[in-house]
Design a binder for this molecule. Structure first.
Ligand code: ADP
Ligand SMILES: O=P(O)(O)O[C@H]1O[C@H](CO)[C@@H](O[C@H]2O[C@H](CO)[C@@H](O)[C@H](O)[C@H]2O)[C@H](O)[C@H]1O
Length: 554
């Protein structure tokens, strides 16, 4: 929390329910406390952009169990370049009176939930993110349980109950899940998981579509059952999804953490020059490959209606992908140049190779325009990585079907080859081993080239194990995978796309990890180079990869 002067307003909290009812208070909030606060939040994706301001666009009022209020603010962030974004910020005011009545209420609020002090009317108190207000959590859960519809001047808030929410479960203890991610997660009675979406889109969230399709059309058992949703509806305007409830899946950890544990054995053996991977690691990787294949089989339904029917690699799709890749590349090159001096020497060397290879990458992307492709595209997970798979002991459950945080909602509903998800998981295994070997005290002082070789060996073995188990689910040729050449080519396209996407993510959120996606990009560039050489397309105008730059100078 930032120590600033309390926000003062002559009007009380209960009278703040519209922007116009207390323009000065809301204007002061967005100018003072809110920008600093929002920029500390993991869910705010605009941190690396040049912000020009925040405005409150809509205020939804929720009457709480004790007749106090919380407000669901729709806040617009504007930037010097590019489109504005809208975020959901639920706001509660814990007045000194409430704090006295419910002392735990205040004590339980972590620093990251405290927005700042305010005096509203003659009452002082703390403005907080309402997810940390137990009364707010109880209210929204109970509204879903009761299928409540809250009428507003311009539309309604529709709380819809799904099949997974059981009778008798209206009043359950709740807490905020202490994970930092793109949205906010709350838990009810250790039985239900409620996700409040932060970045808002003028359309139903793809996660709700996907979970409903996988549950109702395909009976896919490896996702949590659907418990309901919170939707903001207006006439002549697409619905906006604000939240979703699913059954809580008892899990030890997600697969990222589980893989990290497996990698410990591997890590401890490295300084002794031993290469150790336990058999059960391969078993888990195989099972995840199989479940991923089953997920895509469940999503492949030839007559599933316009939203889910498989499609060919049309000109429109190719144009979309080429534009996406070109835009991503352009933004990443610019971001890399701006942040180059902040990178460590290893990352700087990798960055150079990436920059030198620009022409080669562009010519590879251009080839996507005309290459003959018979495989089909379907709806996919879209942001598939180890953190999106919960380990339930002897099996896996796939979560978070919202798609890539940086993409628009329309983009997230586009059908892709399922190899995009496969590429996501392969990249994640690469992340897991790189993060472990390059960030641990056990390997401090070891030769970095040696470490790189060991890390590559682990990664290639695990990648191939995953891929074999995945492809085993399908009888090839399958409409999704027409032949090996297409499969390999498409996998390379999506690996490149994912690693370039990750480069931006890491520059914005974890600069010390930038070398991981850079190494991923360079692996793809090397494959592209092999294709060029074997195609005889090694035209003198496109330079070869400057591999000498990769040699360690330490
Ligand atoms: N149904 C569930 N049961 C148990 N834990 C879950 C469930 N869904 C998500 N989680 C936990 O919450 C975290 C955040 O959920 P996720 O869907 O990935 O949110 P986000 O959209 O914010 O990335 C996950 O990493 C996982 O630990
Ligand atoms: O918040 P989300 O889960 O929607 O996804 C975003 O954050 C991820 C990091 O938490 C990021 O994933 C990248 O890092 C992971 C390790 O932390 C790694 O397993 C992934 O392969 C890598 O892409 C993801 O890209 C981003 O969209």
């Amino acid at each position: 929390m930032f120590i600033t002067q309390p926000l003062l307003s002559p009007i009380s909290w209960t009278e703040c329910s519209t922007v116009s009812s207390n323009t000065e208070f809301w204007a002061a909030l967005v100018e003072t406390l809110l920008p600093d606060y929002v920029n500390t939040c993991r869910w705010f994706a605009g941190k690396a952009r040049q912000q020009t301001g925040f405005t409150i666009k809509t205020i939804h009022t929720l009457t709480l169990v004790d007749n106090d209020f919380s407000y669901l603010l729709v806040v617009e962030a504007t930037y010097a370049d590019g489109e504005p974004e809208r975020y959901l910020l639920p706001l509660s005011f814990i007045s000194d009176n409430v704090a006295q009545r419910l002392p735990n209420q205040l004590n339980d609020i972590p620093d990251k939930g405290r927005i700042g002090q305010a005096t509203l009317g003659d009452t002082s108190g703390l403005l907080v993110d309402a997810i940390y207000d137990q009364r707010f959590r109880q209210t929204i859960f109970s509204h879903v349980y009761r299928n409540r519809v809250l009428l507003e001047t311009d539309g309604q808030l529709n709380f819809q109950r799904g099949k997974g929410l059981e009778e008798g479960d209206e009043d359950l203890d709740s807490s905020v899940l202490p994970v930092d991610s793109s949205n906010s997660a709350m838990v009810f009675g250790n039985k239900y998981f409620l996700k409040l979406y932060r970045k808002l889109f003028q359309e139903t969230n793809p996660e709700v579509d996907m979970v409903a399709f996988l549950t109702d059309e395909s009976n896919f058992p490896h996702i949590p059952a659907f418990g309901g949703s919170i939707i903001w509806q207006r006439t002549n305007t697409p619905d906006v999804t604000l939240g979703m409830i699913q059954r809580m899946v008892p899990n030890e950890k997600d697969s990222w953490m589980q893989t990290g544990d497996y990698l410990n054995d591997f890590l401890y053996a490295v300084p002794q020059r031993m290469f150790a991977i336990r058999e059960d690691v391969f078993d888990k990787v195989e099972l995840l490959g199989k479940r991923t294949g089953e997920l895509h089989s469940a999503l492949y339904k030839p007559d599933a209606g316009p939203d889910f029917t498989p499609e060919r690699f049309t000109k429109d799709y190719r144009d979309f992908m080429i534009k996406r890749l070109e835009d991503l590349l352009e933004r990443r090159y610019a971001l890399l140049i701006d942040n180059y001096t902040k990178l460590d020497p290893h990352a700087q060397r990798l960055a150079w190779v990436f920059m030198e290879a620009r022409e080669m990458i562009e010519s590879f992307i251009d080839d996507f325009r005309s290459r003959h492709l018979d495989s089909l595209r379907i709806r996919i997970h879209g942001d598939y990585h180890l953190g999106q798979v919960l380990a339930t002991g002897d099996d896996f459950v796939v979560i978070d079907f919202e798609g890539e945080p940086e993409s628009t909602i329309t983009e997230r509903k586009i059908k892709h080859s399922p190899l995009k998800d496969v590429a996501g998981m392969i990249r994640s295994y690469h992340y897991a081993v790189s993060a472990k070997l390059f960030n641990s005290v056990e390997t401090d002082g070891l030769n970095s080239e040696h470490l790189q070789r060991v890390s590559d060996r682990w990664f290639y073995l695990i990648r191939d194990t995953f891929l074999h188990a995945y492809m085993d689910v399908f009888e090839v040729p399958h409409p999704l995978f027409k032949n090996n050449t297409e499969t390999n080519y498409l996998l390379l396209v999506y690996l490149l796309e994912k690693a370039v996407y990750e480069l931006g993510y890491e520059i914005s959120y974890r600069p010390s990890w930038v070398k991981i996606p850079l190494k991923g990009i360079i692996d793809v560039i090397r494959e592209i180079e092999k294709i060029r050489l074997s195609d005889g397309k090694d035209t003198p105008d496109i330079p070869m990869l400057q591999t000498a730059l990769l040699q360690s100078k330490e």
